[in-house]
Design a protein around this ligand. Structure first.
Ligand code: C2E
Ligand code: CA
Ligand code: CA
Length: 658
C-alpha cells in the first residue's frame, strides 16, 4: 500500500526522502539500518585512519626483517585502499542516503570488511612466518590494534566487526599458539582471550543500540501512526502532502487529495458502542488499503475521516474512477461479532494544482467537495469545482451578514394570500421572509433560513420575524389566519410555545388565528420533542400544518403519529396535475386521504385557472399561488383584506378573478 519511499526514490527529492524517513511506517529493521548507517558514516573515516597509521607503523617495524614485498608492497596496497575508502566515507559525510540505498550500502560495507580482514590476516600470517622470533613481536601488536579499532568503530555493524576478529585476529592467534615458542604461545593465548572479550563487548553494545532504536521507533509510531488502524495519521499526512506540494511546484505532473467519510457513522457508534465503531473503522482501513495502489497513501485523519493521496493524476476522469472504487468498497456489509452493518461513504476530491496549492488548501477543498457529496445523499464522489468555492464563499458571506445583523433590519416579511374555495374568500395569509442584502442582492429564504439554522441564528431571527408578522396581522380586519413557518430548530426547543404565546399576548392576537407550518424533515429530527411542542400549541388553539406534503417521503407515518390540522400539497405536484394523469390521480388520492382523516388540504403554487378549476372540482379546500396573489408587503395585503373580507364581491380585485 502506502510506500512513500518508492515515491521519494522516483522524485529523487532529498526533502521528501528525509520526510519519508520520518513518516514512513517505522519498522524496527528499517529504523535500525538507518541508525547503523548514520553512525557508521561517522566512524568509518576514523577506522580507516587508525588502520592506515597501524599499517604504516607495522611496515616501519618490519622493514629489513621481512621480504620487501611484505614491508613495502603489501602495506602500500593496504594503505592505498584504506585512504581511498576513507575519502569515500568523508565525501558522504553530511549527506542523507535515501532509505532504499541504506540496506545495500551496509551489505557492501560488510563485504569490504571481510575482504580487508582477510588481506590483513594473510599479511599478519606472512609476517609471522618470515620474521624471526625476536622481531615478530610487532605482529600481535598490529593485530591487537586492528581488533580494537574495529571493535570501537564497527560495533554498530557486528557482521563487519566480527569478520575482523575471525578473519584477521583469530588466524594469527592460532598461528602464534601453534608456533611451539613459549612467549609466542603465551601472547597467542592472551590475544585469544582479548578477542573473546571484544566479541562480547561488540555484542553488548549492539544489543544496547537495538533497544534504543526500538524505543525511538515506538515513539515515532505513536507520533505518526494511528493506533487503531495502523495507518499514517493527520500529522504524517499533512507533512507528507506539504512536501509533495513543495516538490511539485512548477511541475506539471499532478496529484490529488481525496477525503473519505462514512455516512451516518455517529448513530452507529452511539447505538452499537465504541468497540463496534472501532471494528468498523479498522475494517474500513483494511478495505481502503487493499484498494489503494502502491503509490497511494491512505491515512486516517481522525474519527471516520480518511484521506487518500493519489499520485500521477492528471485527469479528473481518472481520479474519479479511482475514487468510485473506494466508495464501492462499502458495498459489502461490515461484520461485527453478532451482526452485520451496512454503511455508505462519501468522497470529496481536489486535484492539484487547481484544487489548491498547499496541503491545507487541498484538504479544505477536498473537504468542501466531501460536504457536497454528502449533501447529494451520500455514497457519492464529488469533485471540487470553482462553482463550489463560489457557493461556499456566498454561504460564508451570508452567514457573516446574518451574524452582523443580530436584530435583522434588512429582513422583512411579505404576505401571500390563501384562498378558501368554499366561501371564495381569503381565509389565511402566509408570512414569508425576504432579505434584500445591500451587496449580495435579494436572497432566497430557502438559502438563508438554512444557514440561519446551521448557525443557530434562527432562534433570534424567528422571534423577530414572528413579532413583525404578528404586529402586522393584529391590524388586519376580520378573522383571517396568519400562517407562519417554523424550522427544525424550533421544533426541538421546548421554549418555542411560550415564546410564540408571549408575542401574541403582547399584540392581543388571538392564538386561534395562528397556523404553524412545519416540514416533514423538521418533524423527523426529533419526533418526541416536536409532538410535545405541537400538543402545547394545539392546546392554545393554534393549528398545525404539514408543509410540502408530497415533496419528501409523504409518509402516512407522520399523519398517524402527529395530529395535524391540515396539509399543504407541494407545489411541484400541483404544477403537474393538469399535465399528467399520474399526478392527477395522486392528487385525488391525497385529497381523499385528507377527507377521510378530517385534514384540511391547501394546494400551493397554483398558477393557472385550469389547476384551480381541477382543484376546486376534486374538493381541495384552499389554494395559494401566484394566480391568487404573489407574496406582497403588509400594506398591500392589508388593503386587499379590507376590501375582500367585508364584501365577497370585492374579491374580484384579486388577480385570479380579474
Ligand atoms: P414554502 O413554505 O413552501 O413557501 C412557499 C414558497 O413558494 C414561497 O417561496 C413562495 O414565494 C413560493 N410561491 C408561492 N406561490 C407560488 C407560485 O404560484 N409559483 C411558484 N413557483 N412559487 C410560489 P419563498 O418565499 O422563496 O420561500 C421558500 C421557503 O423558505 C418557504 O417554502 C419556507 O419553507 C421557507 N421560509 C420562508 N420564510 C420563512 C420564515 O420566515 N421562516 C422559516 N422557518 N422558513 C421560511
Ligand atoms: Ca410554508
Ligand atoms: Ca410549501
Amino acid at each position: 500500500m502506502h510506500r512513500l519511499g518508492d515515491d521519494a526514490a522516483r522524485t529523487g527529492d532529498g526533502a521528501i526522502s528525509r520526510l519519508w524517513s520520518l513518516t514512513r511506517r517505522p519498522d524496527l529493521r528499517g529504523a535500525l539500518a538507518e541508525v547503523q548507517f548514520h553512525r557508521l558514516s561517522r566512524q568509518a573515516p576514523i577506522l580507516y585512519a587508525l588502520l592506515t597509521i597501524n599499517t604504516l607503523l607495522t611496515a616501519y617495524a618490519a622493514k629489513g626483517h621481512v621480504p620487501r614485498i611484505l614491508w613495502l608492497h603489501v602495506p602500500a596496497l593496504l594503505v592505498t585502499i584504506f585512504v581511498a575508502r576513507m575519502m569515500v566515507w568523508l565525501s558522504r559525510l553530511g549527506q542523507d542516503a535515501p532509505a532504499e540505498r541504506i540496506g545495500p550500502q551496509l551489505r557492501r560495507t560488510v563485504l569490504t570488511a571481510r575482504a580487508l580482514s582477510l588481506m590483513c590476516g594473510a599479511w599478519g600470517l606472512a609476517l609471522l612466518e618470515t620474521s624471526d622470533a625476536v622481531h615478530s613481536q610487532f605482529v600481535p601488536m598490529f593485530i591487537a590494534m586492528g581488533s580494537f579499532a574495529s571493535a570501537y568503530c564497527l560495533s554498530v555493524l557486528p557482521a563487519a566487526a566480527f569478520s575482523s576478529i575471525f578473519l584477521a585476529t583469530l588466524p594469527v592467534c592460532i598461528a602464534l599458539i601453534l608456533s611451539g615458542e613459549r612467549t609466542q604461545i603465551a601472547i597467542g593465548l592472551d590475544f585469544l582471550i582479548i578477542a573473546m572479550l571484544i566479541l562480547r563487548l561488540i555484542g553488548d553494545q549492539f544489543g544496547q543500540l537495538v533497544k534504543e532504536v526500538a524505543a525511538q521507533t515506538r515513539t515515532r509510531r505513536l507520533a505518526y501512526y494511528d493506533q487503531l488502524t495502523g495507518l499514517p495519521n493527520r500529522r504524517a499526512f499533512i507533512e507528507l502532502l506539504d512536501a509533495r506540494v513543495e516538490a511539485r511546484r512548477g511541475d506539471r505532473a499532478g496529484f490529488a487529495v481525496a477525503m473519505f467519510d462514512l455516512d451516518g457513522f455517529k448513530p452507529i457508534n452511539d447505538s452499537y458502542g465504541h468497540a463496534a465503531g472501532d471494528q468498523i473503522l479498522a475494517q474500513l482501513a483494511r478495505r481502503l488499503s487493499l484498494l489503494a495502489e502502491p503509490s497511494h497513501v491512505v491515512a486516517r485523519l481522525g474519527g471516520d475521516e480518511f484521506a487518500i493521496l493519489l499520485h500521477d493524476i492528471t485527469e479528473e476522469a481518472a481520479a474519479r474512477a479511482i475514487c468510485e472504487r473506494f466508495v464501492r468498497a462499502l458495498d459489502a456489509p461490515f461484520q461485527l461479532a453478532r451482526s452485520q452493518i451496512r454503511l455508505s461513504g462519501s468522497l470529496g476530491l481536489a486535484l492539484h494544482p487547481h484544487g489548491g496549492n498547499s496541503a491545507s488548501e487541498l484538504i479544505a477543498r477536498a473537504d468542501q467537495a466531501l460536504y457536497r457529496a454528502k449533501a447529494l445523499s451520500g455514497g457519492q464522489v464529488a469533485l471540487f469545482s470553482p462553482a463550489m468555492e463560489e457557493a461556499l464563499r456566498r454561504q460564508i458571506a451570508i452567514e457573516q451578514a446574518l451574524r452582523d445583523i443580530g436584530n435583522p433590519p434588512d429582513i422583512r416579511i411579505v404576505f401571500q394570500p390563501i384562498l378558501g374555495l368554499s366561501g371564495k374568500r381569503i381565509v389565511a395569509v402566509e408570512a414569508l421572509a425576504r432579505w434584500n442584502h445591500p451587496e449580495l442582492g435579494p436572497l432566497n429564504p430557502a438559502e438563508f433560513i438554512q444557514i440561519a439554522e446551521q448557525t443557530g441564528i434562527i432562534v433570534s431571527l424567528t422571534e423577530a420575524l414572528f413579532e413583525r408578522a404578528i404586529a402586522e396581522a393584529a391590524c388586519w380586519s376580520g378573522d383571517v389566519h396568519l400562517s407562519f413557518n417554523l424550522s427544525a430548530v424550533q421544533l426541538r426547543s421546548a421554549s418555542t410555545p411560550a415564546t410564540l404565546m408571549a408575542v401574541m399576548d403582547r399584540y392581543g392576537f388571538d392564538p386561534r388565528r395562528l397556523e404553524i407550518e412545519v416540514t416533514e424533515t423538521a418533524v423527523l429530527t426529533d419526533l418526541e420533542a416536536a409532538r410535545q411542542i405541537f400538543d402545547a400549541l394545539r392546546a392554545r388553539g393554534i393549528r398545525i400544518v404539514l408543509d410540502d406534503f408530497g415533496a419528501g417521503y409523504a409518509s402516512i407515518f407522520y399523519l398517524k403519529e402527529i395530529m395535524f390540522d391540515a396539509i399543504k400539497i407541494d407545489g411541484d405536484l400541483v404544477a403537474s396535475i393538469t399535465a399528467t394523469h399520474r399526478s392527477r390521480a395522486l392528487l385525488e388520492g391525497i385529497l381523499q386521504l385528507c377527507a377521510a382523516t378530517g385534514l384540511e388540504a391547501t394546494a400551493e403554487k397554483v398558477e393557472t385557472k385550469d389547476q384551480l378549476a381541477l382543484l376546486d372540482r376534486l374538493g381541495c379546500s384552499r389554494v395559494q399561488g401566484y394566480l391568487i396573489g404573489r407574496p406582497m408587503d403588509s400594506d398591500a395585503i392589508g388593503r386587499i383584506l379590507a376590501e375582500t373580507i367585508p364584501s365577497t364581491d370585492r374579491i374580484a380585485r384579486l388577480p385570479f378573478f380579474r
